[in-house]
Design a protein around this ligand. Structure first.
Ligand SMILES: [Zn+2]
Length: 397
């Protein structure tokens, strides 16, 4: 049995904490100085201060130096399959310019090397867990899963339905066509997957509802992009706008009618919200909608750098923090972000909106684990995986 002692100047274990919302996000956090993690077979066996009599005799010790360690981060929203698009999309010109530029690029084949490199970068950035959107490209799921495992990332794959057309085989399967081949006859991979949907304006309402129902029945997390751009709100409320022009004849069916509702109202009408649901973005949410989102128990993943890069504005972070939404963080893809280091999402919120480190560390760890439905993550308590990250100085307490 191998025992390793990891020493660090500071250690935040979050031991005993539960996912935090509202005031609990800001609660003081216990910090250990000159601390050590005793790791046995990959699990935390003990947490010690220097000189403690429980220090295991003869254990191999590694000094990690002047760092503050926290549980490994959770990147709750990525699109690893789009990693080959780094630097190839149009930024700061609005959502429609970005998506217009993106659509033809999605015809390119899956790029195994780009996915592998991205997974290695994610792991090197202190992330242990990812919620990854799959299904953007044909047969990318098994490849992405393999790269995640090789990089030591614990992945939840969200197999995304997109579009309004539905074939007979679609009707029979909970899995979208692009993931189906990879997942069939692979129960091991299937256990890490859940059906998901792209967005309210891009996916048929019956498909959205079916995916949500399947997730509720199987106890898996259902995720979708919600209230990301002003054009989304415009399309859903009026049926008009630049997004209509791009999707007309390409995604939207001829007889498509706008529901005439704002995104949150429409998501409620389709019964998509609730505990076990992870909505992504929420940039366009208004105060009363935020209250309803919180009451529904829906988790929300913020991707502030992606929102900035696309020119969508800032998510209403203070309102979300104050009104009890279960918040976590994600980078989104390399098609809308410069890197996949989720700690930099926290740094952006620290620097731009003065969000306190306690809240950000909880969003990065224990809340992200809860949002992805991953038990045994987000803490460095005995029995938990010894998966940790070094916090950037601006996030230390
Ligand atoms: Zn996304």
């Amino acid at each position: 049995m191998s025992v390793l002692v990891l020493r660090a100047k500071q250690l935040l274990t979050l031991a005993g904490e539960r996912p935090a919302v509202g005031e609990d996000l800001f609660a003081p956090m216990k910090k250990l100085e000159n601390a050590a993690l005793v790791v046995r077979d990959g699990l935390v066996a003990d947490v010690l201060s220097r000189g403690n009599e429980r220090w295991p005799a003869g254990a191999q010790t590694r000094d990690l130096g002047e760092v503050c360690l926290a549980p490994a981060c959770v990147n709750a929203h990525t699109h690893l399959q789009l990693s080959h698009l780094r630097g190839r999309t149009v930024w700061r010109k609005g959502f429609v310019a970005w998506i217009t530029n993106l659509i033809p690029l999605l015809a390119e084949p899956v790029d195994a090397d780009a996915i592998e490199d991205a997974c290695a970068d994610v792991a090197a950035a202190g992330t242990g867990y990812v919620g990854d959107i799959s299904g953007s490209l044909q047969n990318g799921l098994a490849l992405t899963d393999k790269s995640c495992r090789e990089a030591g990332l614990n992945a939840r794959h969200f197999c995304e339905w997109f579009g309004f057309a539905s074939s007979a085989s679609d009707a029979k399967s909970p899995w979208p066509a692009r993931c189906r081949e990879d997942i069939t006859d692979n129960p091991d991979l299937q256990a890490r997957c859940a059906p998901a949907a792209h967005a309210l304006y891009s996916t048929a309402p019956e498909t959205l509802r079916a995916a949500r129902r399947h997730c509720a029945q199987t106890g898996s997390v259902f995720t979708f992009h919600l209230a990301e751009s002003p054009e989304e709100t415009q399309l859903l409320t009026t049926g008009e706008g630049l997004l209509r022009d791009v999707y007309e004849g390409r995604v939207l069916p001829e007889n498509w009618r706008a529901p005439g509702l704002r995104p949150l109202d429409y998501a409620e009408q389709l019964q998509l919200l609730g505990t076990g649901v992870l909505a992504v973005h929420g940039v366009q949410l208004r105060h009363k909608e935020i209250r309803r989102l919180a009451e529904s128990g829906t988790a929300l993943c913020l991707c502030p750098r992606s929102n900035y890069n696309l020119g969508l504005g800032d998510p209403p972070v203070n309102d979300l923090l104050e009104n009890g939404v279960l918040l976590c963080l994600g980078t989104d893809s390399l098609a809308s972000n410069a890197d996949l280091d989720v700690r930099r999402e926290a740094l952006a919120l620290r620097e731009e909106m003065d969000v306190p480190p306690e809240a950000l560390i909880r969003m990065l760890t224990i809340n992200g684990a809860a949002a992805l439905g991953i038990e045994n993550a987000g803490q460095l308590a005995p029995g938990f995986p010894a998966a940790f990250c070094a916090l950037p100085p601006a996030l230390t307490l």
